[in-house]
Design a protein around this ligand. Structure first.
Ligand SMILES: NC(=O)c1ccc[n+]([C@@H]2O[C@H](COP(=O)([O-])OP(=O)(O)OC[C@H]3O[C@@H](n4cnc5c(N)ncnc54)[C@H](OP(=O)(O)O)[C@@H]3O)[C@@H](O)[C@H]2O)c1
Length: 252
């Protein structure tokens, strides 16, 4: 099958392209770096010619409210229109567990808008909702840092390895369209503050993590279960500690 991976040079996208190619598919990584820009439409018709499936694992370069909304609505609209013209029969997109429970966050409002465009497009689709990637913990810490203090909610989180996310996205791409959402998560629920504290400690990072129920998460106040999936989620076994031990970056 010819499968075009929009955002195929990114963290998840590059792994998805590798996994699909290993299974004998013609997996094409498409992104501005390879001359395909979903915001402007540049290169889209050309790369989609002959494709059966499109996987969208792109992300907005800016998380600022208007920029991220503009990114996901414009790029998804352009992409879905080009897929219809090209005769694509399955659109797969990656989103986040709890997206519809975070309306105070500009990022998550944009992800909801992206999902609505897909579900209302008339194209056969599958949505994969993943929890936060282990690889994203550093960015969560950075966004919540003030001086030497990292202020975070004690709400539950159930993070997952990007490798396991990519496995699911690749499997979904070669399967029949779900016409719905699949939830995936890692093996353990813990407090968001606890997760980031563990990550910083294991890396020898001196910042102090303070639990604060009013600390916003990318603009939204979390309830205890906002970020964790429902009972039907597929749960992967890779733990944060195992993943950290495999990273090439030495602990400081
Ligand atoms: N972070 C998390 O914990 C988490 C959890 C669940 C779901 N997700 C979702 O996972 C998805 C992928 O995240 P990621 O971390 O793998 O992203 P990433 O590493 O930041 O990669 C983003 C990709 O998007 C591409 N891109 C940017 N602008 C584009 C444009 N105008 N046209 C086409 N492609 C464009 C980039 O291409 P270039 O390399 O050419 O710039 C890159 O390949 C996101 O949609 C996010 O919402 C994230």
């Amino acid at each position: 099958m010819k499968i075009v991976v929009i955002g195929g040079t990114g963290l998840i996208g590059s792994k998805v392209v590798g996994k699909l190619a290993e299974h004998g598919h013609e997996a094409v990584a498409a992104s501005p770096n390879s001359g395909v820009n979903t915001l402007t439409g540049e290169g889209l018709a050309e790369v989609l010619a002959g494709a059966q499936v499109v996987v969208d694992v792109s992300n907005s370069p800016s998380f600022e409210d208007d920029a991220v909304m503009g990114f996901f609505t414009t790029s998804t609209t352009n992409l879905l229109a080009a897929e219809k013209t090209a005769g694509v029969t399955h659109h797969v997109a990656l989103s986040v567990v709890g997206t519809d429970r975070l309306p105070d966050s500009g990022y998550f409002r944009a992800k909801v808008a992206q999902e609505n465009l897909i579900t209302q497009s008339g194209l056969p689709y599958s949505l994969v909702h993943a929890t936060q990637f282990f690889e994203f913990v550093k960015s969560i810490a950075a966004a919540a840092t003030d001086g030497n203090t990292v202020r975070l909610s004690h709400a539950l989180i159930q993070p997952i390895a990007a490798e396991d996310v990519a496995t699911t996205v690749a499997r979904t791409a070669v399967g029949a369209p779900l016409g719905g959402t699949l939830e995936i998560a890692g093996p353990k629920q813990l407090g968001l503050d606890e997760l980031v504290r563990t990550g910083l400690e294991l890396r020898g990072d001196p910042r102090e993590v303070v639990a604060d129920p009013n600390a916003p998460y990318f603009g939204a106040i979390l309830s205890e279960r906002t970020l964790v999936p429902g009972p039907g989620a597929t749960v992967f076994s890779t733990t944060f500690e195992e993943w950290l031990a495999e990273q090439s970056e030495p602990a400081k």
